[in-house]
Design a protein around this ligand. Structure first.
Ligand code: CTP
Length: 394
């Protein structure tokens, strides 16, 4: 999607990366967008409003009570915007946006927004990894905010770490590709399974795995953004489910299988990101099991392979089936074996070390046509690559 004639509000936060917001504004202009800039008070300590005024031909807004605006400037800006880009999004800006604060021109515009929002975070790695920032990131993501970066690189203190603002051209790419996503999956229903399954031993214990659910939630959100009707069947996770998708919460593999079976007649494609437990306890005891001898043997029985069953029983080419393979070695080899054994259309193969709980990932798409080794990318970008493949098969 081109940015030509798109009206973009760039909200500049107060971080050293604010100087790169200048280049972002120029880049958006080069791509034909019309840009207006709003700045927080601390952003003005890093770059002068005049710089943006000169680049955009519009006054950069720094004040909610700007006397040049007889009306409410944040309402006018939000109404004008086809999209709002926050760059750099500092930890503080993210926190205040997550809470819905509206006490400066950038936050008030965000609070009033009825167009998509893209944030390009920039902060020290420790701030990015801080529990509070994680919470705010999850909150904002589930509110539908898009993110570009941060990336690995030199930070203000000279260290090389994760926290550097994404490059301006890359932010513009994300805006074009993700935020102004072509709604090319309209009329398509996609079921996404996500998260782990929990297999109960007794009322207080279960067997499970480390799946975070992030990959599946990213696929669900990306499909939603491209106009698909999305059914998310999810095991228990600690991250918020994406807004605007039909969510079915399940616990065990058997429950997941049941939920998928009942949705099956409605779906055109199924993306199985769930880490379904291969085995469950032979018996789930109704009362808590008491400890006894020095050792204990658990008897496990095999769970149904949901994906393989879908592959075995589908009539013709619908639904399109996508599986995941998380391996510690011979990633592509095992991925190809799963493609054949489970009779699916695509296997997304990745290394166990790069998957769990991370924001970014690296995968190889293993299809009947061949393999495509993808570079490292965010889970949302990977989700869109998978959706491109699905679209081609529909
Ligand atoms: N899957 C499934 N039902 C299961 C197990 C897995 O639908 N009972 C799906 C997963 O959602 C995923 C793919 O199959 O899309 C993963 O394949 P799987 O054979 O489970 O991989 P591993 O568990 O890694 O298998 P193995 O131990 O054989 O490597």
């Amino acid at each position: 999607m081109t940015l030509r004639d798109k009206q973009i509000v760039v909200g500049v936060g107060g971080g050293i990366a604010a100087f790169k917001a200048v280049e972002l504004v120029r880049e958006l202009g080069r791509r034909g967008a019309k840009v207006r800039v709003a700045m927080t008070a601390s952003a003005c300590r890093f770059v002068g409003p005049i710089t943006f005024t000169a680049l955009t031909g519009e006054p950069a807004l720094t004040d909610l009570w700007d006397p040049r605006y007889p009306g409410e400037v944040h309402v006018e800006l939000a109404r004008w915007a086809h999209a709002i880009v926050i760059a750099p999004a500092t930890a503080n800006l993210m926190a205040r946006a997550a809470q819905g604060f509206a006490d400066d021109v950038v936050l008030a515009t965000l609070a009033c927004a009825n167009s998509p929002v893209l944030m390009a975070p920039a902060m020290h790695e420790r701030m990015w990894r801080a529990a509070a920032t994680r919470r705010n990131l999850e909150r904002l993501t589930s509110d539908g905010v898009h993110f570009a970066g941060p990336v690995q690189g030199a930070l203000a203190d000279g260290s090389v770490a994760l926290g550097r603002m994404q490059e301006p051209a890359a932010i513009a790419d994300v805006l074009a590709r993700e935020v102004f996503a072509v709604r090319d999956l309209g009329g398509v229903t996609i079921l996404v399974s996500a998260g782990p399954t929990l297999e109960d031993l007794d009322p207080v214990r279960f067997i499970s795995n480390r799946s975070s659910g992030r990959m599946g939630y990213a696929v669900a959100a990306a499909a939603r953004d491209r106009g698909a009707t999305v059914i998310l069947v999810t095991g228990p996770t600690s991250i918020p489910v994406p807004a605007g998708v039909e969510t079915i919460q399940v616990r065990s593999a058997l429950e997941m299988q049941g939920a998928i079976a009942s949705a099956l007649p409605r779906v055109d494609a199924i993306v199985m990101t769930a880490a379904v437990a291969d085995y469950r306890p032979a018996e789930s005891k109704p009362r808590k099991v008491k400890k006894q001898g020095e050792t204990m043997t658990l008897e496990l029985v095999k769970n149904p392979d949901i994906l393989a069953e879908l592959g075995r029983t589908r009539q013709g080419k619908r639904p399109v089936l996508v599986g995941f393979a998380m391996e510690t070695h011979d990633v592509v080899g095992y991925g190809r074996k799963k493609l054949v054994d489970k009779r699916v259309d695509l296997v997304v193969a990745n290394e166990a070390s790069v998957g769990f709980g991370r924001d970014d990932t690296q995968a190889t798409l293993v299809g009947r046509e061949g393999d495509e080794a993808l570079p490292p990318m965010t889970k949302t970008e990977l989700a869109n690559r998978i959706l491109d493949r699905i679209k081609a098969k529909l």
